[in-house]
Design a protein around this ligand. Structure first.
Ligand SMILES: Cc1cc2nc3c(=O)[nH]c(=O)nc-3n(C[C@H](O)[C@H](O)[C@H](O)COP(=O)(O)OP(=O)(O)OC[C@H]3O[C@@H](n4cnc5c(N)ncnc54)[C@H](O)[C@@H]3O)c2cc1C
Length: 265
């Protein structure tokens, strides 16, 4: 591990000011990705700015047709929230399937979304529901937020404060998981609601999470699993690694989307 400075943020504005003032500084949420990355010397932040004590970055609100989850809310809190279970049960399923007990009790909504791991679950939930990523500076539509592997629209001194999910009529998340890490080999989030029919895929794309327009169009005509029969996913943009080939991932997308549509019904 390299040396770094450590500061407990006193407020979001304090954290943003420290980020802007210190070259190479990073926000620390639950540390589930950042700390192992530093330990392995894959990252060398000059300073860590810890959001852990900011109570106003934790909590869940359901109102005005939206579920708003603050950035430092842990996966376990989403998994156990009766309000989320009532409004968007698919998010409870998603949160409950992340990693293991320790990860769910340390990992945060903001950290997961900011990190944009290509196999993470919340990016699919955000894109699949058409969420807004709320920061200390602005609101960013999920369609414009996830740019590429581990890359988002966040600026260097920008902090996610909450994610706002519009409540759908129906939604479901289906994940074919890596049995060791529980990360998605393919995860499909399908929703029907105020943002139309959306199909978002994680774990499979070589640029990270993505939507499948052909499936969305077919499901708009008929919201049934059979509607996506015959829609092939091009393999040249699929990830291929020791866990699954590009062809297998492309095949799994159809299987997981069908299961998600069936679960919506
Ligand atoms: C063993 C293991 C298994 C896992 N399995 C899964 C899985 O199945 N599915 C899944 O989706 N995830 C999985 N994860 C990831 C986990 O869910 C965490 O959410 C993720 O690692 C981010 O961790 P964190 O919230 O602690 O953020 P940190 O590690 O503290 O931060 C991650 C990154 O986000 C930045 N950041 C954090 N918060 C903010 C913010 N509010 N604004 C701006 N930038 C911010 C940090 O600077 C850093 O770059 C797994 C992790 C581990 C270690």
């Amino acid at each position: 591990m390299y040396d770094f400075q450590y500061a407990k943020a006193q407020s979001v504005a304090d954290a943003a000011a420290r980020l802007a003032a210190t070259d190479g500084a990073k926000i620390l949420a639950g540390g589930m990705t950042l700390l192992p990355t530093i330990k392995l010397r894959l990252a060398k932040p000059s300073a860590l700015i810890d959001l852990g004590t900011l109570a106003d970055l934790k909590g869940i609100d359901v109102s005005g047709g939206n579920v708003t989850i603050k950035a430092m809310t842990r996966h376990a809190d989403v998994m156990r929230s009766p309000a989320v279970a009532k409004a968007i049960p698919a998010l409870v399923t998603l949160a409950g399937g992340i990693g293991d007990v320790q990860v769910r009790h340390r990992g945060t909504m903001g950290g997961s979304v900011a990190n944009n791991d290509p196999a993470a679950d919340y990016p699919a939930g955000c894109l699949g529901l058409g969420a807004a990523i709320v920061t200390n500076k602005r609101e960013i539509d999920a369609d414009a937020f996830f740019k590429a592997l581990f890359t988002t629209a966040l600026e260097n001194d920008e902090i996610i404060t909450a994610i706002r999910f519009p409540i759908p009529e129906r939604a479901a998340y289906m994940k074919f998981k890596n049995p060791a890490s529980r990360y998605a080999i393919v995860g499909a989030f399908v929703s029907k609601g105020p943002k139309g029919i959306r199909v978002a895929i994680t774990g499979a794309g070589d640029s990270g999470v993505f939507r499948v327009a052909a499936m969305e169009q077919a499901l708009t005509k008929s919201f049934t699993p059979a509607a996506i029969d015959g829609i092939a996913i091009p393999t040249d943009t699929m990830l291929s690694d020791i866990h699954a080939s590009a062809e297998y991932r492309a095949h799994l997308i159809g299987v997981m989307v069908k299961r998600a549509v069936a679960a919506c019904a």
